[in-house]
Design a protein around this ligand. Structure first.
Ligand code: B12
Ligand code: SF4
Ligand code: SF4
Length: 378
């Protein structure tokens, strides 16, 4: 063992592996966070994320249940901020920055595995580890807060000094007994920008989200129909939402990512979105194999594209949407009808009227009727 303290060596190694921030905390329970999470499930605020259940929350906030004998958690943050120049471009589809480039689960898991190998050469005695990167029952944000790598913002994201909230969080839970860091004494003060600017009012109180209204939930996790009243507020987001981070003053000076694998050159132009609307399952699996976007599944992504095209209102999309109105998927027909209702043009109205005559599904018919009314009103 080197003469440096094990905690210093761990942090040095985290940096060498490309993590921007690291901290250490104990494996003690997170009682406040457990209580809040259970309360949100009970109030229905987690929507239909059935995988996010009470059993998971209990594990997530009692790390010793995840690894018997666990003593410490190494909390790691890595920036994914790209400083995009198209933030205000409302003529193209938008993907939240965290999903640009290669899927972070893959990138970070690789680093964590290498980290664990290194730990076994650093310590000469037997110990156990378990790694987490948003892929298991662990409360990533609560760990990060207590390990002092950042503090909770009112939008519930962990904010960090140099990288703002644009960081992925991951952990190594271990039976090693390491000296913990102290939480930072920081908070949002009187700022409420994220609460004010959230287009769906999903931040119902400081540190509390109603996921059912959050665009990230609706476009990524939610599998069915997106409520009609929320569709206009989704704007041109086709996967995730960055608004409560874009408006956050702590993010003004955020450093950009050093990880090339998080950079992407994808431009979700109307033409590209049209091509995605036409892709089949096999094409989807190939195209998004190494992307976090696959979480939305093909139908979810195509549903989101219909909404974005309806909000962008570019007549170029009418033909593709009329084809989508003939899809064998009810979900796609419903959202394509809505989108055609938003794009005022004789052709979109004619397409809706023609489809009204042959559509058999009552839910789609209701959408078509509403879309015709909307189209006439526009
Ligand atoms: C479920 C989930 C979601 C859901 C629900 C989000 C939510 N806020 O609950 C949805 C799909 C909406 C979502 C969206 C996003 N997510 Co998400 N998500 C998760 C996941 C899997 C669990 C989060 C969780 O436990 N939520 C439960 C609720 C109860 O927790 P919470 O909202 O954080 O609230 C805490 C505070 O209220 C705190 N608390 C209670 N009382 C008090 C009092 C005070 C004073 C304070 C300070 C705190 C506090 O206790 C609660 C529990 O810890 C984590 C990964 C993981 N395994 O942890 C990623 C994770 C939180 N998501 C992440 C990201 C990047 C996002 C998005 C930014 C993606 C995007 N751009 O579209 C958005 C952000 C939306 C938002 N404003 O939260 C990152 C966040 C990184 C960071 N810097 O914080 C995580 C950590 C994934 C990762 N490993 O990097 N996500
Ligand atoms: S991600 Fe978007 S919709 Fe969700 S809370 Fe933030 S601003 Fe609101
Ligand atoms: S916008 Fe303001 S209130 Fe919201 S997280 Fe950032 S600093 Fe906190």
């Amino acid at each position: 063992m080197n003469s440096k303290s094990p905690e210093k060596l761990i942090k040095k190694y985290a940096y060498e592996l490309g993590f921007d921030i690291s901290g250490i905390t104990t494996a003690q329970p997170f009682f406040r966070d457990e209580k809040e999470s259970i309360d949100r499930i009970k109030k229905g605020l987690m929507g239909d994320m059935h995988w996010y259940n009470i059993e998971r929350v209990q594990k997530a906030n009692h790390p010793e249940k995840l690894l018997p004998g666990a003593k410490s958690i190494i909390s790691l943050g890595i920036s994914y901020f790209k400083n995009p120049n198209n933030v205000n471009n409302n003529d193209i589809g938008k993907v939240a920055q965290y999903a640009w480039g290669k899927d972070y689960h893959l990138v970070i898991k690789n680093k964590l595995n290498t980290f664990v190998e290194k730990l076994s050469t650093m310590f000469e005695y037997d110990f156990k580890t378990r790694i987490f990167v948003d892929d298991g029952p662990m409360n990533d944000r609560a760990v990060a807060e207590r390990a002092g790598i950042g503090w909770f913002g009112k939008n519930t994201n962990i904010l960090t000094k140099n990288y703002g909230s644009w960081v992925f969080l991951s952990q190594i839970l271990t039976t090693l007994n390491l000296k913990p860091d102290k939480p930072l004494k920081k908070n949002c003060g009187t700022c409420i920008k994220c609460i004010d600017k959230c287009p769906t009012n999903a931040i119902i109180a400081p540190y509390k989200i109603d996921a059912r209204k959050c665009i990230a939930y609706l476009t990524i996790e939610h599998r069915g129909v997106i409520p009609i009243n929320l569709r206009p507020h989704i704007q041109n987001w086709i996967f995730g939402c960055d608004i409560c981070q874009e408006v956050c003053p702590v993010n003004d000076k955020a450093e950009t990512t050093k990880e090339d694998q998080f950079i992407s050159t994808n431009n979700y132009s109307v033409e590209y979105m049209i091509s995605l609307l036409e892709m089949n399952e096999e094409e989807f699996l190939i195209k998004f194999k190494n992307s976090a976007i696959k979480r939305a599944k093909r139908l979810g992504l195509q549903r989101n594209i219909c909404i974005a095209l309806g909000n962008i209102k570019n007549p170029k999309a009418i033909l593709a949407l009329s084809k989508a109105l003939n899809s064998k998927e009810i979900l796609i027909r419903q959202h394509a009808a809505w989108a055609l209702g938003q794009i005022k043009a004789n052709t979109s109205l004619e397409i809706l009227v023609a489809s009204q005559k042959k559509e058999k599904n009552l839910d789609v018919l209701t959408e078509i009727e509403l879309a015709i009314k909307q189209n006439l009103k526009n």
